[in-house]
Ligand binder design. Sequence first.
Ligand code: MRU
Length: 360
Amino acid sequence: MKKVRTVEWKNGRVVMLDQRLLPNREVYRIYKDPKDVIAAIRDLVVRGAPAIGVSAAMGLALGAQKLPKDRFAKEFEKLCRAFAAARPTAVNLFWAIERMRRLVEANGQLSVETLRKMLEAEAIAIYREDLDANRRLSEFGAELLPSKGTVLTHCNAGGLATAGIGTALGVILAARDAGKKLSVFADETRPVLQGARLTAWELKKARAPVTVITDNMAGHFMQQGMIDAVVVGTDRTAANGDVANKIGTYAVAVLAARHGIPFYVAAPTTSIDLNCPDGSKIPIEERAADEVSHFHGKPSTPKGVKVANPAFDVTPAKLVTAIITENGVAKGGYKRNLAKLVRASGPVAPAAPRKRTKAR
Ligand code: MRU
């Protein structure tokens, strides 16, 4: 399986594939200012929970290079807060920031030069760990899928959303590598089209058979007996197993339950928030109205009409057949089982913002 180069640390710079331009153009952006990395996260140059976490860690390492030595800790804290305001839902962002912040706090006695090197090494470690988690999670998940059939996915939880081979797409591709005869239905995922633009692009590159459908077709194909399993990613899974993921995921989960189709969530432990008791406490990002009111830059609604644009929804744990992590699979009993799986990775991520937030 060949990995997509989504976000990388290269010669003291952050390099990202500009996902806004896919599938038409493959353009890499080189960032040397942390403010531009924050803007890249906010504006979806990079997106997908794990990739956002990795980008923030790299952005902080970048920022640390330029912060004044005499006010380093204070300025670093300011930068952490600026990154935390980029997007509210994906907990990987807060997890990565906290890991970088703790490194500075725990090593305040060291020289700024040493701290800068340590922050760079930490960001690279976060990148490598995500890559490894993708691989392990994919192997666990591959075993759950049938030996042949069609898997539906929503949004993009592939290499473009991570540092590695992806989570939901990693599971599907690992199953195919293991000889399972699987094809994919990709929901187009209105309004930003992560499924039509990104998932289809990745699967085509991986030579995996993919059919793009509009979001409102999923029920029809399930009713026709054409979908054998659903696998999606997550931006934040609460301690009780409630799953926040791209808007529309909840509807897919309800349909899957109605048709007796297993609904799997591929969730690296960095996307599980044990400090968040249930889905009602997950902040749901409300994005700019023009994502809905415009299509390809042209208005698709009457001028001035009201638009709602929540970027995520919450699927209740009871609709989730299994949650697949890099440390193993939880099939129900989520409160106890997720805690065990997350703790197998080390210290718990800190609490993240709780209120509903506008990104722009
Ligand atoms: O708004 P996005 O594109 O960042 O939303 C991404 C998703 O909802 C993904 O499904 C989720 O982050 C999991 S990615 C492995």
